[in-house]
Write a protein that binds this ligand. Sequence first.
Ligand SMILES: *Cc1c(COP(=O)(O)O)cnc(C)c1O
Length: 236
Amino acid sequence: MSSIAETIHKLHTELPPDVTLVAVSKFHPVAAVVEAYRAGQRVFGESRPQELLSKVLALRESASASGNPESYSDIRWHFIGHLQTNKLKMVLPYVSMVESVDSLHLLQAIDRWGSGNGKTTDVLLEYHIASEETKQGFSADEIREILFSGTQYSHVRIRGLMGMATFTDNESVIREDFSRLVTLRDRLLPEAGRHPNLHGGFGQLSFGMTHDYKIAVSMGADIVRIGTLIFGERNY
Ligand SMILES: *Cc1c(COP(=O)(O)O)cnc(C)c1O
């Protein structure tokens, strides 16, 4: 068994059944996606539009080749990187979720693209929980403003929040960062159903990567995004 398959099996055994594992395949070849798929993985994460698109198309081509019993049509792609509005058409037709909505401009553009193309996209709002200024994301106030604003998005469903902890080995710093996500979600939940953009389907939290996913799961993550542990180091 390949180590990709072994790790997938291990994670599927280890993670609680209601936690969604996103296998982050960015910078790894499509063959790595196929290996993980054969081990039962169905949700994959990509962070660059062109790379997502070329993997989607390569898998389609391979699925239509004669003799291949796999269609890959049950793969669900999550987009997890910074998304420029001029790249939406490379991403939105293919993804089941955009986890990394980090500006109002992007949210509005996804909604507009959706009404023009007849697709409603599930999104998470990225909450800036790390102490590094460089990381993307909204403040808690900006998230409230979006959720409580009267503007109704007809082709975007805000399903929850995504966050990335400070890059550190200090577990208590990571826990503090993650607890900001959990606290904000828990404060918003009682409001769900009372605002146009904060509907009953709100509440999912995506947090935890290779080095901190165990902490994330222990703190109630609904979605974890794991790349390096599954696919190995990335060659940038
Ligand atoms: C790359 C990436 C991951 C995966 O990180 P690993 O440390 O390789 O598990 C998770 N989330 C986001 C947003 C990423 O960009």
